[in-house]
Each structure stands twice: as structure tokens, then as C-alpha cells.
Design a protein around this ligand. Structure first.
Ligand code: S3P
Length: 450
């Protein structure tokens, strides 16, 4: 199918000293992908500082180059010279998005309605993920799906002679689907409408408005959002400063809570309310997390997070919180294992279609390390006993967040916790091991002398 080959690299995490000091986390992944795409689509120059230089975002950058934009790094700043709405060129090769769902699904919206063929490929994980959720609205626009494999990659798209604006109700809580439709709407004359019954991260709406799109959002009494975007706008390059990724911050947050004696400050973290469900939940569990130095930058709330070792208790996480912490359930499950009592997480069926089936991957990882849990079709229950035996090896299934979550678990377990492969961590948090080591964490490659 694709040319991706992959050498696994196991890694073990050990308990040891307290974690102390300050760290920054890499730039937000959602904003970084969008900065590349919107910069490529806008007329003129976009600069981006604080970009996440993870594999996922770099793949999106290469795709934008393949569509004719210029993407370059000078010093610490990325520069994107865009082509204007309607200006993308037919790529001469497949667009390879590696592991990145956001990259591929948003780019399908970005170029799907263009009158040329674009072929999208990815790694084994991405090739197993459902693309029907974006292909369905694209088909309604008139886009021809020239190739697909049971609505999975490789997918090839060809835009229609006359694309039609749609009025699309997003059937699952997905910012990627919402964004795909809105981006397609930018090259379609007339008004595209997206109805979002459950609010998901709003980076596309906010950033498109910043680039000059004619976009408006209405919310009814029931909280249902209707987003309207007018096609063929003049978008202008912007200067973007990307704040730290709250999803990446979840790893040091939970590590600080579970490792005795820890006291860590994570600086410059995005606090957009559609992204803060994990922090809310950890505070409910009794976590000592304080928000310091709160400020706004580029229309987003930012804060430094100070976290200290805490006695946690189990909680019920309401299903309506899921969209604001959808990528954080694996690391929350680790916190829950160290809590006293039962933690129930409901309404999390979307976890099954992430980089791996995260519900199953988390449950197997917990079990391998002596944690009692119950996996339902759309829920997970973790029985916390205040500590974790460890000693197990966790299958990561090409999933960066499974790898990082269980390495965090090992930092406080009685015995080391091993993950079968840590290479995928580079997709979203390339400095993970170095940053944690600086705080005092201890990792080894299995087989190393300890
Ligand atoms: C993202 C949306 C979420 C999230 C992903 C990033 C985005 O996916 O899991 O990591 O940037 O729009 P879904 O929209 O599929 O829930």
C-alpha cells in the first residue's frame, strides 16, 4: 500500500527521583497544522514562531510545498508564501501524511474541490482510520472519490466542474470533519454552513477569521453551533505565535501529580476552553495544579501550569467533557490508576478511531501492569488503588500518546514499565525523553545496564 517501513525501539520508564523544574512543551499541534495550511492558502507571507516541529506537522508542510506554496525555516521562524484561495497547483506525486489524521483530513477539504486529482497516503495507522467521515460531505459538494479502499487510504480526489456549497450537520464530535467542510467551502462560490451539535476545538474558525475569511458562528439555546463561511475570500498572510500544546502538557502534568515530591512548572500552555478538560478533571481528582501568569496572545488564553505531587481520588468524567479532552484519556487513565477509587470515563467511542484503538490499547496496557479496569464499547472504568505494580510491556500500535502515557506510568510504578516502541513520539513531542530527563525522569532502552 505505502512505502512506510518501521523499526520498533522499546523504551522503559523507571521510578526514582522527584520531578523538579520548569519546562515548555512544543507548540500546539492543531494550530501548527492549520498555520501551515492557512499560510499556504493565503496571499502573501505568513510567519510562524513556536511551530511544533513534529513529524505530523512537517508532513503537512511538505504537502503544502507539493501544492505549490513555499515553506521555509529561517532561524526559529517558519515562513510560508501562499498562493491565494484557488491558487493551489496539481501535485506531481502522492501527498504522504505519515501518521497524521489532522493533516490528511483537513487537506482533503483544502484541495478536494480543486479540478485536479490529489492522492493521499499515510502509514499503517493512518491507513486503517476511517475517512468516510470526510469523504461523505466532500461527495455532497460534488467531489469525485476516484480511489478509496473501504473509505480508507489511499484516497484520490478530483473536484467537480461546479462544486456546490453544502449545509452539513457533523454527525460525530469531530473538529477534523467540521474543518474539512469549512475549508472546502472557501473555494466554493456562495455560503457553506456547518452545524455542530457538540462543540469541538474551534481553531479553524478563529484562525480563518484572523486570516480575513468571512466567517460567523451562531449558537442556539441548546448549544448547537452553526458556522457560516463565504467562498472565495481574500485571505492575507498573518504572523502567528503558536502557544504550547495542552495535550502535550498532559504528560508532565500527570507525571508531576503521581511522582512523589514533584513540583514542575509548565510554561506558556494554550488554555482555549475547548482544550482544557483534562486540567479540569485532574483538579476535580484533587490534583494540585495552579494556573499562573494568565494572559492572552493572538486571541487565545495562555497560562503557566504549576503542578505538585498530590493524592488523587477517582471521579466520574461526564461524557459531554469528551471533546475538550479527547486526546487526553490515555494519560487520564494513568492518573486514575494512581488515584484511590474508581474513575469512570463515558462517551469515549471516538477513542476507537484515533492513531490506534485507544480504548483497547489503554485497557491492555493497564492490565499488563496490574491495574484493574473494565473496557466497554464507549466507556472505560479504572479501579485505582493509589499505586501501580508495573513490570509490564505495553503494545503501542504506532500511537504516540499510548507510548507517552505508559512511560509516564512507569515513573511512579513499583517496577519499570516498558513500551514496545517509542519512535512515534516524534510525531507530536520530539523532545519528550530529553525534557523529562531534565526534570529528573529515568528511562532506559531494555537491555541497557541499569
Ligand atoms: C484535531 C481534532 C481531534 C483530535 C486531533 C486533532 C484537530 O480529532 O483528536 O488530535 O486538530 O482538529 P477529531 O476531530 O477526529 O476528534
Amino acid at each position: 500500500m505505502t512505502s512506510h517501513s518501521h523499526t520498533m525501539r522499546p523504551r522503559a520508564a523507571h521510578s526514582g527521583s522527584a520531578l523538579k523544574g520548569a519546562m515548555t512543551v512544543p507548540g500546539d499541534k492543531s494550530i501548527s497544522h492549520r498555520a501551515m495550511m492557512f499560510g499556504a492558502m493565503a496571499m502573501g507571507r505568513t510567519t510562524v514562531s513556536g511551530l511544533l516541529e513534529g513529524e505530523d506537522v512537517l508532513a503537512t508542510g511538505r504537502a503544502m510545498q507539493a501544492l505549490g506554496a513555499s515553506v521555509e525555516k529561517t532561524g526559529e521562524t517558519w515562513t510560508i508564501d501562499g498562493l491565494g484561495v484557488g491558487g493551489f497547483l496539481e501535485p506531481t506525486d502522492d501527498l504522504d501524511f505519515g501518521n497524521a489524521g489532522t493533516g490528511v483530513r483537513l487537506t482533503m477539504g483544502l484541495v478536494g474541490a480543486y479540478r485536479f486529482v490529489t492522492r493521499f497516503v499515510g502509514d499503517a495507522s493512518l491507513s486503517a482510520r476511517p475517512m468516510g467521515r470526510v469523504l461523505d460531505p466532500l461527495r455532497a459538494i460534488g467531489v469525485e472519490v476516484v480511489e478509496h479502499h473501504d473509505n480508507r487510504l489511499p484516497v484520490a480526489l478530483r473536484g467537480p466542474r461546479t462544486p456546490l456549497p453544502v449545509d452539513y450537520r457533523v454527525p460525530m464530535a469531530s473538529a477534523q470533519v467540521k474543518s474539512c467542510v469549512l475549508l472546502a467551502g472557501l473555494v466554493i462560490p456562495g455560503e457553506t454552513r456547518v452545524v455542530e451539535p457538540i462543540m469541538t476545538r474551534d481553531h479553524t474558525e478563529k484562525m480563518l477569521a484572523g486570516f480575513g475569511a468571512d466567517i460567523s458562528v451562531g449558537t442556539d439555546e441548546a448549544g448547537v453551533r452553526t458556522i457560516r463561511v463565504k467562498g472565495l475570500p481574500d485571505l492575507r498572510g498573518q504572523d502567528i505565535v503558536v502557544p504550547g500544546d495542552p495535550s502535550s502538557a498532559g504528560f508532565p502534568l500527570v507525571a508531576g501529580l503521581i511522582v512523589p515530591g514533584s513540583d514542575i512548572t509548565i510554561t506558556n500552555v494554550l488554555m482555549n476552553p475547548t482544550r482544557t478538560g483534562l486540567i479540569e478533571t485532574l483538579i476535580e481528582m484533587g490534583g494540585d495544579i495552579t494556573l499562573e501568569n494568565r494572559r492572552t496572545s493572538g486571541g487565545e488564553d495562555i497560562a503557566d501550569l504549576r503542578v505538585r505531587h498530590s493524592r488523587l481520588r477517582g471521579v466520574i468524567v461526564p461524557p459531554e467533557r469528551a471533546p475538550s479532552m479527547i486526546d487526553e484519556y490515555p494519560v487520564l487513565a494513568v492518573a486514575a490508576a494512581y488515584a484511590q477509587g474508581r474513575t469512570e470515563m463515558a462517551g469515549i467511542e471516538e477513542l476507537r478511531v484515533k492513531e490506534s484503538d485507544r480504548l483497547a490499547a489503554v485497557a491492555r496496557g493497564l492490565e499488563a501492569n496490574g491495574v484493574v479496569c473494565e473496557e466497554g464499547t464507549d466507556f472505560l472504568i479504572v479501579e485505582g488503588t493509589g499505586g501501580v505494580r508495573g513490570g509490564g510491556t505495553v503494545k503501542t500500535h504506532l500511537d504516540h500518546r499510548i507510548a507517552m502515557s505508559f512511560l509516564v506510568m512507569g515513573l511512579a510504578a513499583d517496577r519499570p514499565v516498558t513500551v514496545d516502541d517509542d519512535t512515534m513520539i516524534a510525531t507530536s513531542f520530539p523532545s519528550f525523553a530529553a525534557d523529562f530527563t531534565r526534570l529528573g525522569a529515568s528511562f532506559s532502552a531494555p537491555g541497557d545496564a541499569q
